[in-house]
Design a protein around this ligand. Structure first.
Ligand SMILES: [Zn+2]
Length: 325
């Protein structure tokens, strides 16, 4: 693509949507104009039966490989990254909220980092708008679990509600864990921030938050299922319509090139490492056997594909990008 076309695209809808790069986020090269460094808006649409899905890119942030996997030697982790053609010092962790149009409702699953992350994150609302969605017209926001990269986009640091007319739905076991004041008081210092953050995000109107149970259809075509281990209430979603199905496994794995390939590795984010590992094995086994299409929150964009058995683990096979649904 020629530079002029790239410039034109970058200066078009993205600029109109206020995607100006914040000061300080400029690259080190003084000659590179920031508008030429950016991609086109990050959204990708696909269909599962009559349900329209839009993967929305919230951005990415580097994650050092050092101290990332609890039960594998750093040399092994670097080797896996090298085999996957990923950087061997730090890889880019991506964040992928999902919008569904189903049963006349506009439904968002997870929200991205909002204004709490690196300048290269928090793009969900910009990309949502670029995809034609108005945050004020989102009917339901479903939350998979309470880690900051999934909930922080619900509320800006100044308190503003980002989806003012949406019903907020959360997994009951996740709510029970994080909103328990006694548990917060007893939790190690490193975890207290997550308890406090859940209160910041949900706290002002906790009664407005609706809790859902596993095994139930919680919105048209969307069934919540137990995928606990990563967090106590970590939830996956089976999305079904007209004989088609997608399982959104959310944080069943972090980067699939590392953790689908090595399902027994425990990322430091997995709160119950043994349970997370068992859940991961069980769900990946089932998806491989049934050839189920999966969506992941932390897979390379547009974060959907299949898995097949490979050695002692699995291989992730991304879907083919299509120009039309
Ligand atoms: Zn996550």
């Amino acid at each position: 693509m020629s530079v002029s076309r790239r410039t034109l695209l970058a200066a078009g809808p993205a600029a109109a949507a206020g995607l100006a790069m914040p000061a300080g986020a400029q690259t080190s090269s003084p000659t590179s104009a920031s508008s030429e460094d950016r991609q086109a808006p990050g959204f990708y649409r696909y269909k599962i039966g009559d349900i329209e899905i839009t993967a929305v890119h919230d951005g990415s942030a580097p994650r050092p490989l050092e101290n990332f996997v609890r039960n594998a030697d750093i040399a092994e982790v670097r080797k896996a990254a090298e085999e996957a053609f990923l950087p061997t010092d730090a890889y880019q962790n991506t964040f992928t909220p999902m919008v569904l149009r189903s049963g006349g409702k506009t439904i968002l699953i997870d929200t991205g980092l909002g204004d709490t992350g690196a300048p290269t994150t928090g793009l969900a609302v910009t990309n949502l708008r670029a995809a034609g969605f108005d945050p004020a017209r989102v009917d339901i926001v479903i939350i998979s679990h309470f880690h900051g990269d999934h909930i922080n986009g619900l509320r800006l640091k100044d308190g503003t509600t980002v989806y003012p007319n949406a019903e907020i739905m959360v997994p009951a076991p996740e709510w029970a864990f994080w909103m328990d004041d006694a548990r917060m008081a007893q939790s190690p210092e490193g975890l207290k921030g997550s308890f406090q953050n859940a209160r910041r995000v949900f706290g002002p109107n906790p009664k407005d938050v609706k809790q859902f149970e596993w095994g139930k259809e919680i919105a048209p075509g969307i069934t919540a299922i137990d995928a606990s281990g990563h967090t106590p209430g970590h939830t996956a979603f089976v999305i079904q319509s007209a004989g088609k199905s997608l399982t959104h496994v959310v944080d069943l794995t972090n980067h699939p090139r590392l953790f689908v390939r090595h399902p027994d590795w425990s990322a430091i984010f997995d709160m119950d490492a043994d349970k997370a590992r068992a859940t991961r094995r069980r769900m990946l086994d089932m998806a491989a056997a049934e050839r189920t299409q999966l969506a992941f929150y932390h897979a390379p964009f547009p974060a959907t594909g299949h898995v097949r058995k490979e050695g002692n683990g699995f291989e992730y096979v991304p879907v083919q990008w299509m120009s039309a649904m």
